[in-house]
Design a protein around this ligand. Structure first.
Ligand code: ATP
Length: 620
């Protein structure tokens, strides 16, 4: 039988199978899909004017940057040629204007590029987050929680940073390269050729560096996923780790994960430092060449002495921008890999969505009559199999949950009890047979309509950070304080009355500042705060003592008498008064009836009752 853990093994295409220790990834992983460019196009489309404004300011910045050395050389040549103060002031003024325009445009282009990137990053984050809310539990499990967090936060940050880098570091390079070579050529063709040769050498260095480090960069994001998963697991399970004295082992595992990331990051940085050193070396070479060759050219009156400074400046500016572009280029494949991962997620069709099937809608009166007469929920020969399982988890279930009745489910662990509850809320869809709610197949109802008819207490009573009131109002946003107190009293959560802040008492993430029993009662109160046709309690009474369990059942009976209740329980005492008990064994329905009837006819139920009698568990 498939286990929950089996299913959590990620099978999403991009989730890394990287060996954490060696850091090796198969080449297919992190590959950039065509969807990345399409997604980028879609994300940038609303901000075209901003992008154009950023490009224009960038162009002005580039012109200003190159115009200053041009004027400086002209100024030096005028000074050497003793042309008087007039031309000197003239050149100085032009330099000042170029510097002001260049610097102003530089600030503006950085601001506009950052604005554009922040907007695109925010839109990407929001889209991925919204999509993750649409996914069903099994869709979500395909990616894994760690990867989902990286996709929402980390990947969007990488894309955002890369957009800024592309604008300020990569896009100016072609303009600077062409303009500086043309200007240098204009001063002296021989010097122009030297600049071209140096630019080609620099391009070769950059290409080698990019080629070597791009694959490593591509996978760094997947290492981040790994670190996320490990960290989350260690932090959430810290008490278990401490209780079993496994700190050292866990630390070693964490260290291995971090080291794998660090090792790859160091490899990339090493390549960078070699490339940077080569660039600085080339800068010095070009300076020496220009001064040396320039002196000869000045000697033969092929150019003026002041022009040497302009040539040196052009070369330094060009090489500096190429060096920055080389760094930025390395981010591009990584950002494209992030966009590919986002595309995969955004294009994923949720396995459960509204109106999967087109069912003809009967007239309103017929619908109403049908709803009144039909059971609240009805399983009709239902089978269910998890996506990644090789056999069915539930086989041929047929039973109904009716208004005013209690339907209970009991069975061995892993027999599929919680899965039945989740199917009612359409967290999973039947794979055989039909599940009807108020007379209609659940797949023909909207999810909002379906879920608004139910109130659910999950097996693991999960609370959100906030206050008790904010948690209860998740189920009933408009509930008054009195209604919340009423729900709390029915749920036997009298401890809240003793809290100094009452309804406003703080709840930490997951509700960890409350005991297991208190959390269960708060989760029950949350469900009771909502008016529903069907209340589903998934093993919600297990952390309660017998007295509270009995008191709660009594309160529920008088409170929810008109609604249907589905109670999943381990203890026979909790469900013996149910109108109908479904007995499950390994996903099969082996008994259905009232307690007295099952005690006579169902061997599985008899065995459960006997074992609980022996353990003295049949009180209440
Ligand atoms: N997401 C999943 N993917 C694959 N298999 C799953 C998944 N969730 C549960 N299962 C498997 O389905 C079976 C039924 O699980 P379920 O949680 O419904 O059992 P249960 O009767 O509620 O168990 P318990 O009493 O221990 O809570 C188990 O074998 C479980 O391993």
């Amino acid at each position: 039988m498939t286990t929950k853990d089996d299913s959590r093994q990620s099978k999403a295409g991009t989730t890394c199978d990287t060996d954490v220790v060696s850091g090796e990834c198969s080449p297919a992983e992190g590959a950039v899909g065509r969807g990345a460019f399409a997604l980028l196009g879609r994300l940038m489309a609303p901000y075209r004017p901003l992008a154009v404004a950023a490009l224009v300011t960038l162009l002005l910045d580039t012109i200003g940057t190159l115009y200053v050395p041009t004027e400086l050389s002209a100024l030096l040549n005028s000074a050497i040629g003793a042309q008087g103060m007039g031309p000197l002031w003239d050149h100085a003024l032009r330099m000042l204007v170029a510097a002001v325009v260049g610097s102003g445009s530089c600030v503006a282009s950085y601001f506009l590029a950052a604005r554009l990137a922040a907007d695109v990053g925010r839109d990407l984050r929001v889209s991925v987050y919204r999509k993750s809310l649409e996914l069903s539990a099994s869709d979500f499990e395909r990616f894994g929680t760690g990867s989902m967090i990286t996709r929402t936060m980390g990947d969007a940050n990488v894309v955002q940073q890369t957009i800024v880098m592309c604008f300020v570091m990569i896009l100016p390079v072609p303009v600077i390269a062409v303009t500086s070579v043309v200007l240098a050529w204009g001063i002296d063709p021989a010097m122009g050729q030297v600049l071209v040769a140096i630019a080609v050498a620099m391009t070769v260095v950059s290409l080698v560096a990019i080629r070597r480090s791009a694959p490593i960069f591509l996978h760094l994001q997947e290492f981040v996923d790994r670190m996320n998963v490990r960290l989350r697991e260690t932090i959430t399970g810290v008490r278990v780790i401490r209780a079993f004295g496994r700190e050292r082992r866990e630390r070693r595992h964490l260290d291995e994960t971090f080291e794998a990331y660090a090792e790859n990051a160091v490899r990339v940085n090493l390549i960078f430092s070699v490339a940077d050193c080569t660039t600085f070396f080339l800068m010095n070479v070009v300076e020496v060449l220009f001064v040396w060759l320039g002196a000869d050219r000045v000697g033969v009156h092929a150019m003026q002495i002041g022009s040497i400074s302009a040539l040196v400046q052009f070369a330094i500016i060009l090489l500096f921008f190429m060096m920055m572009a080389q760094f930025a280029m390395l981010q591009v494949p990584r950002a494209l890999a992030c966009l590919t991962r986002a595309t995969e997620l955004l294009e994923l069709e949720p396995s459960i969505k509204d109106s999967v099937r087109e069912a003809p809608t009967p007239p309103a009166e017929e619908l109403l009559a049908n709803e009144r007469e039909s059971p609240v929920a009805e399983f009709d020969h239902v089978d269910f199999r998890f996506d990644d399982a090789s056999e069915d988890t539930l086989h041929d279930l047929s039973f109904a949950v009716r208004r005013g009745e209690i339907c209970a489910i009991i069975g061995n662990t892993g027999s599929g009890k919680s899965t039945i509850a989740k199917m009612l809320l359409r967290f999973h869809d039947v794979t055989g047979g039909e599940l009807r709610v108020a007379g209609r197949d659940v797949r023909d109802r909207s999810l909002a309509d379906l879920r608004s008819r139910m109130a659910y207490v999950p097996q693991r009573a999960w609370l959100f950070s906030g206050t008790i009131a904010s948690n209860l109002r998740m189920a009933a946003p408009d509930a008054t304080d009195d209604e919340l107190w009423h729900a709390l009293d029915t749920a036997q959560a009298s401890f809240v009355r003793e809290l100094p802040q009452g309804l406003e008492a703080r709840v930490t993430q997951g509700g960890t500042n409350f005991s297991g029993g208190q959390r269960q009662r708060l989760a029950i109160a949350r469900a009771l705060a909502r008016k529903a046709d069907l209340y589903v309690f998934d093993d919600s009474f297990s952390a309660l003592d017998y007295k509270t369990d009995a008191a709660l059942r009594h309160a529920l009976s008088s409170e929810l008498g008109a609604s249907a209740r589905l109670i999943i329980a381990q203890r026979v005492s909790t469900i013996r008064d149910a109108d109908q008990i479904l007995v499950l064994k390994d996903g099969r329905q082996v008994g259905l009836g009232a307690h007295d009837q099952l005690v006579e006819t169902c061997p599985t139920y008899q065995a459960i009752v006997e074992s609980q009698q022996r353990g003295g568990d049949l009180r209440g």
